[in-house]
Ligand binder design. Structure first.
Ligand SMILES: [Zn+2]
Length: 326
C-alpha cells in the first residue's frame, strides 16, 4: 500500500489547502512510486523470468527401418499436444534420415533436454552414436514407447549400447490382448495418475470394445489395458526400476500364454547421470487419423506425460534398482 492514500481525504477541507499542495506533490511522488512499484512487480525478475521461460525442448524421433506403426502420426501429435497443453515443453521432430543427420549430432543434441524414440524400428542411422549415448549419460533424458525397444538391436547375441541404455530389447509378440499390470511404484510421475484413477475405479468396467478403443481403466493398483504386448529379452528387473509388471505371460494365443512369469511393462533407469523411461504400450491405433487405441487413451497419455516429465527433469522419480521377482 502507498502512504499517499490519505490525500483524497485531505482534499475535503479548504483549510488544508496548503497541506493539499504538499500532499498533491506527495501524490505525484506517490503516483511515481506506485508506477515504479508496479513496474518492479511487472518487470520480470531475472531469476523468475529464467524459470518461467525454462520450457524444455524435446526431440521426438519417428524414423523406422523395420515395421512402421500406423500410430506414428498420432504419437507425434499426442506428444506435441501434451507439451503445448501443459506448457512444459516444445517439440521438435526427427522424421527422416536427413533430419537425423542434422539434429542428432553431439553438437545439435545440445539444443534439447531429452530425446524420445516413439515407435522407431531397426538400425537407425545415428550420425554420431557415441556422442548420442554420451549426451544422455551427461544428464539428459531418453524415453521410448513400444517399438522403441525394437530398435538398434545388438548383433551376434550381444546387447547393443542402445539396449544397454534402454534396459530391454524386443523379442516377440503375438495377438493383441488385455493385460492387467500391477503398479509397482505408485510415486513416479508416470504412475501417479494411474494410482489416482485407481482410487476411483469405474462402477461398471468398460466393455471389451471400449477397452480395445482406448478406454483402459485402473482399479486399486491394477491397470487393465488392451494393446499389442511385447515380450522382451535382455530385460533384467534388477537392473531397472520397475513401474509396471505382469506376473504371467500375456494371454496372446502363444503356447506360453498365461504361464507364470514376471514380464515388465514399464520402467525407469539411470544411465550415467541421465534418466530413462520406457513403456511397452503404444502400438494402437492402426488408423493414423480416426483410429482409437492406446495413443488416444487418456490414461496412456497421462502415463507417457509423466514419463516425459521425468526424463525432462521436470518431476522426480526413483531409479532405485528393483528386487528380483518374488
Ligand atoms: Zn506394435
Amino acid at each position: 500500500m502507498c502512504f499517499c492514500q490519505p490525500v483524497a481525504r485531505m482534499n475535503e477541507t479548504k483549510k488544508q489547502y496548503a497541506l493539499n499542495i504538499r500532499s498533491s506533490g506527495l501524490g505525484v511522488i506517490c503516483g511515481i512510486a506506485v508506477i515504479l512499484t508496479a513496474g518492479a512487480i511487472l518487470a520480470p525478475h531475472p531469476a523468475r523470468a529464467a524459470q518461467h521461460n525454462a520450457k524444455k525442448r524435446l526431440l521426438v524421433v519417428t524414423v523406422t527401418k523395420g515395421f512402421r506403426h500406423g500410430s506414428i502420426p498420432m504419437a507425434e501429435q499426442t506428444i506435441e499436444e501434451l507439451g503445448k497443453k501443459t506448457g512444459e515443453w516444445d517439440t521438435d521432430f526427427v522424421r527422416t534420415d536427413d533430419d537425423m543427420k542434422t539434429k542428432m549430432t553431439g553438437e545439435a543434441l545440445k539444443h534439447y533436454e531429452a530425446v524420445v524414440f516413439a515407435n522407431t524400428t531397426g538400425d537407425l542411422p545415428l550420425p554420431e552414436p557415441q556422442a548420442f549415448y554420451d549426451y544422455i549419460k551427461a544428464g539428459h533424458g531418453f524415453a521410448a514407447m513400444h517399438s522403441g525397444s525394437d530398435t538398434l538391436h545388438g548383433k551376434d547375441g550381444k546387447v547393443s549400447d542402445y539396449g544397454e541404455m534402454l534396459g530391454g530389447e524386443f523379442e516377440t509378440h503375438h495377438q493383441r490382448t488385455t493385460i492387467m499390470p500391477t503398479i509397482e511404484d505408485p510415486n513416479n510421475p508416470a504412475t501417479r495418475p494411474l494410482i489416482a484413477a485407481g482410487n476411483n475405479p469405474p462402477a461398471t468396467p468398460p466393455s471389451q470394445q471400449d477397452l480395445e478403443s482406448g478406454h483402459s481403466y485402473v482399479s486399486g493398483k491394477t491397470w487393465t489395458v488392451y494393446d499389442e504386448i511385447y515380450i522382451l529379452k535382455n530385460n533384467d528387473r534388477t537392473k531397472v526400476h520397475v513401474l509396471l509388471s505382469v506376473d504371467q505371460y500375456p494371454n496372446d494365443g502363444s503356447p506360453m500364454a498365461n504361464k507364470p512369469g514376471n514380464h515388465l511393462v514399464s520402467w525407469t533407469k539411470s544411465y550415467g547421470k541421465g534418466r530413462v523411461f520406457y513403456t511397452i504400450l503404444g502400438h494402437t491405433p492402426d488408423d493414423p487419423v480416426n483410429g482409437k487405441g492406446m495413443w488416444t487413451d487418456p490414461l496412456y497419455q497421462a502415463h507417457i506425460r509423466g514419463g516425459l516429465e521425468f526424463v525432462l527433469g521436470l518431476k522426480k522419480g526413483s531409479t532405485k534398482l528393483s528386487a528380483p521377482a518374488p
